[in-house]
Design a protein around this ligand. Structure first.
Ligand code: DC
Length: 231
């Protein structure tokens, strides 16, 4: 394999399997994996825990923006190779995946100042290249010069079924209908917000993985990776 280290941007709708794909590709290539959604989730958790989100689910934008200098996000690699998200030194990996965070994250991630702060962090994480980052705007805004851009899609029902199963496996008490409603609602907010809405970059390769096994997906990705490296 080539020594050239590239940036791989994987974007797509929520629960499209982006993070599984990005994690597996990072491990196959020896690249670092960064889950940009975890960063928006960490800011949202901070806002929830500090009373910055109203009963109507809307954030107090000015208060969230004022709190940004107090929010420090890190990733710590675990002995099994997985990464946990740290918020001000505390491991919040489990907490940020809960439905209360999923339900509040889209309006928080629509705040331009939140996006500017996190995009700057994401860009600095990619300085040495050799990174796989997944999110909504990685190929369009964070790394428009990424050598490999993938845009993942799958139907809302397929994605809700996956997220529902994941949550049940983790012992969460949720209904499929609630998970589907969250997926549809987030799709709408993520793709219609004014600031860097979710859209496919013109040079991104589209992938609908609804009917693909993980192995088929891995092989497909590895092929795209080799092409992007010029092998
Ligand atoms: O990938 P995820 O579902 O964990 O992302 C959580 C939320 O964060 C998602 O609803 C939209 C937002 N997000 C974003 O706006 N930009 C990104 N690069 C990643 C996530």
């Amino acid at each position: 394999m080539t020594d050239k280290r590239i940036i791989i941007a994987i974007d797509g709708y929520s629960s499209s399997g982006k993070s599984t794909m990005a994690r597996r590709l990072a491990s196959a290539t020896g690249y670092r994996y960064i889950d940009s959604g975890a960063m928006y989730r960490a800011v949202t958790l901070y806002a929830l825990d500090h009373g910055l989100i109203g009963a109507d689910g809307n954030p107090d934008t000015a208060a969230v923006v004022a709190a940004l200098p107090d929010i420090h996000i890190d990733f710590v690699v675990q002995p099994d190779g997985s990464q946990h998200t740290m918020l001000n030194g505390e491991d919040v990996e489990t907490e940020i995946r809960r439905l209360r965070v999923s339900n509040a994250v889209s309006p928080v991630s629509a705040i331009p100042e939140v996006r500017h702060a996190l995009v700057a962090m994401q860009q600095s994480l990619g300085e040495g290249r050799g990174i796989v980052m997944d999110g909504r705007d990685i190929g369009t805004v964070v790394f428009p010069d990424a050598e490999l851009k993938i845009f993942v899609d799958a139907s809302a029902e397929t994605r809700a079924q996956r997220r529902f199963k994941e949550m049940l496996d983790k012992g969460a008490q949720v209904s499929y209908e609630d998970v589907l409603a969250n997926v549809v609602h987030r799709d709408h907010i993520d793709s219609t917000r004014a600031e860097s809405p979710l859209r496919r970059a013109d040079d991104a390769i589209a992938l609908d993985n609804s009917d693909m096994s993980l192995e088929e997906q891995d092989a497909w990705l590895m092929q795209r990776f080799k092409e992007a490296c010029g092998d």
